[in-house]
Each structure stands twice: as C-alpha cells, then as structure tokens.
Ligand binder design. Structure first.
Ligand SMILES: [Zn+2]
Ligand SMILES: [Zn+2]
Length: 381
C-alpha cells in the first residue's frame, strides 16, 4: 500500500529499486550481481589523504558467472591465442600468432620449441622451465576466494593526479572484474602474461582481471590494425565500462551522442554530461590505442581499497612476493634463506634483475652462492 504513494525516484533513492542505468558515481547497485559474493554495501572508509568518507564495498569472486574468457597462449605456432602489447623493438599491440612469435624469436625471445610448440606455464601450478614462456593462469574456483574493492561514493579531486604504473589499480568494471594498468613487461620478466582478445587474464591469485576497457577494445584493434575481435564482451563505444578507484566513472571512447570527447586532461578525463545523470560530472574516456585506460587518476582513492583472500597475487597478504603476471615469487626462496622477500628482491634488482649474477647477489646478501642457487626457482642453463 505504502509503495503506491512513492515515486520511482524515491524508490531508487531509498534503495528499493535498482536503477536501470549506472550513475556517474558508484552506489550499492553499480556492480553486476553475477560477480558479487555478497550484496554490495556502503561503508565508512578513509581516503588516502586521511579524510573520512563513505565507500561502496564490492566483494567479487574469481569471475562473473556470465563471462567466458580466453584463449591466452596458443598451443602451437599454427594457432592464434590472445593479444600482447610488446614494448621492445617493433613495439605495438599484436595478436599472439606465428608471425608475432617468430618476430620475437628474431629479437632473441623464443617462446616455442623446434616442433613449433609454444612454451606455456600455469602461474598457479608451476614455475617457468624455459627462459621465455607464455603465462596462462588457472582460475581459483573455490568458494572462499574473494576480492573486496572500496570505491569512494562521493569522488573528490586530489591536488595532483596519481600516475598509474605497471599493474597499478585502475578500478572495477560494472561486470565486477577488477581493472589494472599495464601488465608486467616481457623485457622485465622474460615471460609473457598473455591477454585474451577482450584484454583480460588470470592473476597469480586465481582471479580474472582486465588490462583494458573491454567494452570498447574492438575500437583499439581496428585503430591499431590488430587481427583480433573481442567476442565475449558486448562492444559499445558510448557505454560506461566501470568506476575508477577514485570513484569517477570510466566510459568508452565516445560520448553518449557518438561524438569524440573534447578537452580531455592528461589522465584522459573531462567534465561533461553523461547518460542517466543531470548536469555535468567528471568522467574518464577510453582512448583508441592500447591500453585504452586512464593514464592517471585525478581523484583521491580509499586506503586499503583492494584486498583478496587469495594466497598470492595483487591484494593478497603475500603481494610483494607474488605480484601479477609472472614476476618471480621471492617469498619461498627468501623463507628458505631466512631473509625477507623484499630484501632478496631488492638485491636481485640491484644486480640487474632477472639476468643478475647470483654470485654478486649472494655477496650483497652476505650468504653463500650455493645456498642462494639452491633456494632460487630452477633456471635452465
Ligand atoms: Zn594482469
Ligand atoms: Zn565525456
């Protein structure tokens, strides 16, 4: 009886109805139910600048129920896998196929054997056995795997924008999939954490995440002449893709009326009208080149805004030892040596990264080279 006297707007405002369009700022109904492990809620949070605020808390699982993923690594040179943003000589976005892998081989990065079989390893199961392997993570489908993201309900601009470096946390898709900046470079790790043709892959923690604006990635393939199509995610250049961790909305490469956005700032955003909301608000737009994500965040993010129950990977308790995309896991060797993982990682970095002379790393750490070699993950000569 009571509801008859209430307007739709009142019902939406009171939380009784889920709005049909996503608003420019996150609320308890912004993220798809198919990804959530529990209803979203509005909680107290503290922003990075120390201010008290309200945040939407979204707890999601390894993958939304409705999302198909892959392929990532091709099994042989005769197949095509996903895509990779190669940043060495001949830099660009490539389909992972024979032409690309043979080009890399000529540049000294051979990802296949004499039979044309591609070297692949599952980051959750085994370590790489070759110098150059394609990474394909397996999902952690257990019920206790979850990720909690905190996004400010009322976004506030920061004094200066925050740059988004490798695997920096960008935001969350409306589909409930986390979004990160660039995946680790092959030049740094030797290995290729392949993305599927919608721009996502599996974290060492066993959950799927985006490295691109998946709802507008075909625009990038067209613009960069990449022979790939995202078939698993609906494409819409004007649609909202998600929310950045500062609470501002992420849109495709076009405005609601189909025009190109004008007056974008250094991060890729501007103030203007968006569908479903009166007035003008700050929002980000996807670019037409890879990765089609903001390059920095203009707003203030919440403290501890990303955590997961997964044993490793981004947001886990072991994050320094097991970050995304095949960077070596130093936690086990460090434990065996009785030192901190960060100490081991810093010593290896100081001696030149993955090609470091282990003798020099051992000397730096004040331990024997034999002990270090025995503790490190196996590496073929
Ligand atoms: Zn990743
Ligand atoms: Zn706009």
């Amino acid at each position: 009886m009571l509801h008859r006297t209430l307007s739709v707007a009142t019902l939406i405002a009171s939380g009784c109805l889920t709005p049909l369009v996503a608003y420019a700022h996150p609320d308890a109904h912004s993220i798809a139910d198919t990804a959530l492990t529990q209803p979203a809620e509005i909680v107290d949070c503290t922003l990075e600048n120390g201010a008290a605020a309200k945040c939407a808390a979204y707890t999601v699982k390894f993958l939304p129920e409705t999302l198909d993923i892959g392929p990532f690594c091709p099994a042989t040179l005769d197949e095509a896998g996903g895509v990779w943003d190669w940043d060495g000589e001949n830099a660009g976005l490539y389909r992972i196929d024979r032409a690309y892998l043979e080009m890399l081989s000529e540049l000294g990065y051979t990802f296949f054997n004499n039979n044309g079989e591609v070297n692949v390893f599952d980051i959750r199961v085994e370590g790489p056995e070759e110098d150059h392997e394609c990474i394909a993570g397996s999902l952690d489908t257990s019920a206790d795997m979850s990720i909690t993201a905190l996004i400010p309900v009322t976004p506030r601009k920061a004094e200066t924008p925050t740059p988004l470096g490798t695997v920096a946390k960008v935001g969350m898709g409306l589909d409930g999939v986390p979004v990160f900046a660039d995946a680790p470079s092959v030049l740094d790790t030797g290995h290729m954490p392949a993305l599927d043709t919608c721009g996502g892959h599996v974290d060492p923690g066993g959950w799927y995440h985006w490295h691109a604006t998946a709802t507008d990635i075909n625009t990038v393939f067209e613009n960069e002449n990449v022979d790939a199509t995202c078939a698993n995610v609906g494409q819409d250049q004007t649609a909202q893709f998600g929310y950045a961790f500062d609470g501002f909305a992420l849109f495709g490469s076009r405005e609601a009326d189909g025009t190109l956005p004008v007056g974008l700032d250094e991060c890729g955003g501007h103030i203007g009208p968006v569908a479903g909301q009166d007035g003008e608000v700050y929002h980000y737009h996807a670019s037409e080149s890879f990765p089609n994500l903001p390059t920095c965040l203009v707003g203030v993010v919440a403290q501890d805004n990303f955590s997961t129950t997964a044993a490793q990977g981004i947001g886990s308790a072991n994050e320094p030892g097991g970050p995304s995309g095949g960077r070596p896991d130093f936690s086990r060797p460090a434990e065996a040596l009785g030192i901190e993982a960060s100490e081991l990682m810093n010593a290896i970095r100081a001696e030149g990264g993955r090609d470091a002379d282990l003798g020099k790393v051992a000397e730096r750490l004040g331990i024997s080279e034999d002990a270090l070699k025995a503790a490190m993950p196996r590496r073929r000569p």
